[in-house]
Design a protein around this ligand. Sequence first.
Ligand code: MRU
Length: 357
Amino acid sequence: MDWRKDSLELLDQRKIPKSKEYIQCKSLEEVIHAIKEMIVRGAPAIALSGLFGIVLYLKSLSKKPEYSELKAKLDELLASRPTAVNLRLALQSFQTIISSENFSKLSLNDLILDAENFALNEFSKDLETNISIARNGMEIFKNKNAPLEFITHCNTGAIATAGVGTAIGVFRALKSENIPFHVYVDETRPYLQGSRLTAWELMEENISCTILADNMAGWLMNEKNIDAVIVGADRIASNGDTANKIGTYSLAILAKEHNVPFYVAASATSFDFKIKSGKEIKIEMRDETELTQYSFLKNSQGKNLIEEGIFSPIGARAINPSFDITPAKYITGIITERGVISPVSENLIQSMMSKTF
Ligand code: MRU
């Protein structure tokens, strides 16, 4: 993503790998549309786009909004994708800067400046955390017998974050250390973030990879010596239960059964200390047609623009939970910018995350 002061340029992720096209969002409404339609996706990228969307909203005004008007816009933005916590935490921090007491003292110009500085600062922080996560993850594997073999799920790379990515960042760091390895990429049904986006990103980086259908992971773990599964996170509860792309939970159970270490790579912005366990996480349910049709392009009325590629009988019903919860007991470690939390326990999470640097 590229902040252009009066617009936010986003890579249209729906069009990858067929083409690399960018769209310009000139209003908060266009950013919300981009988030809902997964033009931009991935927890950190959603949060950063949302923050720039708020700047666009403030810049579009001729007079300072009422606090309640601004709050309503933040709530509308927050509802665009409910599962990932990054956007909520970012908006909460923004609200502490422009709290109702401060708000009366700020001019529209002050609000714009504060919002823009906040968004740019969050963007740079994400760049830095990505690098630390990548380095901490690489340290786990650098002395193991190479060539290493990994499985990953969904897309956790540069297009899902501001920087090198989280799980994919670890692969980038291994590559920069010239450590030989191979990545098996779950295709990640139904939206195919693995086969469309992760395979594309890894291939652009010349990282050796192979796509597999999600239901082949058990077979693969039986056949090969997989060194680890590394995935990202959309929200991590106080006890370490992790919400991530649908299919992560099944992969974690398979990993446990085959004694394959299962790592989550995520930054402090993925932890939701307001909730005790994953049971409190609301899972986003998405459109049934994401399962029944091959089409990621919709018009503004929500109608698919591509008619071909129907997988199922017309009218067939489908269920589409976009995320699932992996209980902490299946997670070997959480790779964060502050270090690796392993074993995953509420105490260790607390002590690592309350460290000041
Ligand atoms: O529905 P998506 O594509 O936004 O889901 C993304 C994921 O589940 C990622 O694994 C997660 O957001 C981490 S991205 C660093």
